[in-house]
Design a protein around this ligand. Structure first.
Ligand code: ADP
Ligand code: MG
Length: 341
């Protein structure tokens, strides 16, 4: 199973109050796939809190217990892409059959289904087939099912069937344990005060914690220095500065069009088709708010429109954000993706 990453196991997943329920439910499911009431098991929480790690660990544990179980790990994004490809190549049946043959399906980041109605339909059928056959479904998401706007109601109601377990930001003690375990695995012995300092100052999520450690190690190696508190302090300054990068309009267009499953050329064309207009207006709105580009230049990026079109688009988007909950969640989703890049 090339999709499973062997590095993510229960062994190297540190347990804390922040993840105890999700971890133990995951372990139960891994020991008895399809045989518990945790079906689907939905693991949800913010970025970098260990959802993918835990989901992968479940898959690896199933394979360790029962090697001939068919386990698939797939990100929602990849699933959506595969679906689009199979439409193009006329291989929908193969696509569906492949997933319906699995004993365990792990789908990562299902919030990415938002706005993709056609892919949701297909997944709805695959879900039903697997569930009825007693197969195990594991999902991860950045929000609780009840807060997942932009997903079809019938799919959401199925996501709520089993158990939803949240993952929270680890407390200081758990962050320190994670750091120590990672460093130990790499054969590095860190002074206690460095572990404590880093864990104290990086408290958003585990991924950032690891990022900071990697930078710290790199600096120490480059400068042939000991990893001590002084080095940690000077490094953390740079680490936090990294955040303000320039975002390009090209990138905004790409992100929005991927989100709504429309070709990028269309937002630059004259089309008045509803879904294209929506993607175009949201792109303009984001370009105005997240770049320093003038309204005139923004218009030029969308097939040579003038600045009043851009103003109108921004106004429309702002109105819809105020009045349409689903629309608002689309824009927020895309904004979140923009900020992560
Ligand atoms: P998410 O999918 O929630 O965004 P990831 O699973 O990718 O987060 O986790 C980010 C990084 O943090 C990974 O390298 C993962 O191994 C590590 N990590 C997160 N939680 C833990 C934990 N409890 N114990 C050990 N490592 C963890
Ligand atoms: Mg993840």
């Amino acid at each position: 199973d090339p999709q499973l990453n062997q590095n993510y196991t229960f062994d190297n997943f540190i347990e804390g109050d922040c993840n105890r329920l999700a971890r133990s439910a995951g372990y139960a499911v891994a020991s008895k796939p399809g045989g518990t009431s945790f079906n689907p098991l939905m693991i949800y929480g913010g970025v970098g809190l260990g959802k993918t790690h835990l989901a992968q660990a479940i898959g690896n544990e199933v394979k360790r217990n029962i090697p001939d179980k068919l386990v698939i790990y797939v990100s929602c994004e990849k699933f959506c892409q595969q679906f689009v490809d199979s439409l193009k190549n006329n291989t929908i049946n193969d696509f569906v059959n492949f997933y319906q043959a699995m004993d365990v399906i792990i789908m990562d980041d299902v919030h990415n289904f938002a706005g993709k109605d056609k892919t949701q339909d297909i997944f709805f059928h695959i879900f039903n087939h697997l569930h009825q056959s007693g197969k195990q479904i594991i999902l991860t998401s950045d929000k609780a099912p009840k807060d997942l706007a932009g997903l079809e109601e019938r799919l959401l109601s199925r996501f709520k069937w089993g158990l939803s377990a949240d993952m929270q930001v680890p407390d200081l003690e758990t962050r320190m344990a994670i750091l120590k375990k990672k460093m130990y695995a790499d054969g590095i012995d860190l002074p206690y005060e460095v572990v404590e300092y880093v864990a104290n100052n990086i408290d958003n999520n585990v991924r950032e914690l690891e990022g900071a450690m990697v930078s710290l190690l790199a600096q120490a190696t480059l400068n042939k220095k000991e990893i001590d508190l002084n080095l940690a302090k000077s490094m953390l300054k740079n680490f936090i500065k990294n955040a303000n990068k320039e975002i390009s309009i090209d990138y905004i267009q790409k992100l929005v069009c991927e989100y709504f499953e429309v070709p990028v050329e269309m937002v630059k064309s004259k089309t008045r088709k509803r879904e294209i207009v929506q993607a175009r207006q949201i792109s303009m709105y984001l370009a105005k708010n997240h770049t320093k580009t003038s309204l005139k230049s923004i218009g030029a990026y969308f097939g040579g429109r003038d600045h009043s079109t851009v103003i109108y688009a921004c106004q429309t988007v702002e109105d819809l954000i105020d009045t349409d909950k689903k629309f608002k969640s689309y824009v927020q989703d895309i904004q979140k993706k923009l900020k992560m890049s």
